[in-house]
Design a protein around this ligand. Structure first.
Ligand code: IPE
Ligand code: IPE
Ligand code: MG
Length: 246
């Protein structure tokens, strides 16, 4: 990526040489955004999906290598069926458009979570998106869909138990366990952002976020644009990361 492109969208006070390699986002606040405007919650999800495109493009332009976003949690099934249905429909629409724009965007896309239970059409789109974006490198976007941090850890433990029973492995290290998670092979996110005002993780990247810097903002997701990403990175760059040291 040319430096010119990087400079174009990054403010001057952002240090492009010490960007986080991996940013993760809990995209929260769509429903309240809509309710504040007297709109149905689903209108907020629609705006939220559009905003995701803006944010992902910006992250790619400034040189972020990995962006992991929470789109639908294992707990979100408890919402009214109509809302769930709308979210699934919006995801389908998003993926159709992503496939169309693939040649322009050149972003590798991966999905974290148990997608086997999603509607068939959506599953096929996920498969196609992963397959055709496989060839791109430079920026990888991971969409967490039917994702839960506990589910991720349980699956990792199951995979270890199977290898252990088969006699393939007899001890487990931090790195070997990480490799069994959905994010296997990726660096842990240095920065986790949550929009929408809540200060909790809601079952997001529980293992991977062990040493992440946590940035919380009241701004609702549809309003969380480029300037807000830049502000979060700037805040991150001012942190003193000790990792238990002094
Ligand atoms: C986040 O926005 C999107 C999903 C969880 C799918 P919400 O729908 O949780 O919005 P609020 O938190 O109710 O405002
Ligand atoms: C977290 O938001 C999940 C996603 C953003 C996909 P929620 O709105 O589901 O979280 P809670 O219910 O406030 O904890
Ligand atoms: Mg919410």
């Amino acid at each position: 990526m040319s430096l010119w492109r990087k400079r174009k969208s990054a403010p001057r006070d952002l240090d492009l040489k010490s960007l986080p390699r991996h940013i993760a986002i809990i995209m929260d606040g769509n429903g309240r955004w809509a309710q504040q405007r007297g709109l149905p919650r689903t209108a907020g999800h629609s705006r939220g999906a559009e905003n995701f495109r803006t944010v992902a493009t910006h992250c790619k332009e400034i040189g972020i290598e990995y962006l992991t976003v929470y789109a639908f949690s294992t707990e979100n099934w408890s919402r009214p069926p109509k809302e769930v249905e709308t979210i699934m429909g919006l995801l389908e629409k998003y993926l159709y458009e992503a496939i169309e724009r693939m040649e322009r965007d050149k972003v590798k896309m991966k999905f974290f979570g148990d997608v086997s239970v999603l509607p068939k059409k959506l599953r096929e789109l996920i498969e196609r998106t992963e397959l055709i974006s496989e060839k791109y490198d430079g920026c990888q976007v991971n969409i967490c869909l039917n994702y839960g941090g506990r589910d991720d850890i349980i699956r990792g433990a199951q995979s270890y138990a199977e290898d252990f029973a088969a006699g393939n492995i007899n001890s487990l290290t931090d790195g070997e366990f990480s490799a069994r998670l959905y994010s296997g092979g990726l660096p842990d996110p240095e920065l986790i952002i949550r929009s929408g005002g809540e200060k909790r993780l809601s079952n997001f990247l529980l293992w991977q976020g062990a040493y992440s810097e946590l940035y919380f903002t009241d701004i609702l997701w549809p309003d969380f644009g480029k300037d807000e990403i830049n502000a979060a990175i700037l805040w991150y760059q001012g942190r003193n990361r000790r990792f238990g040291g002094v």
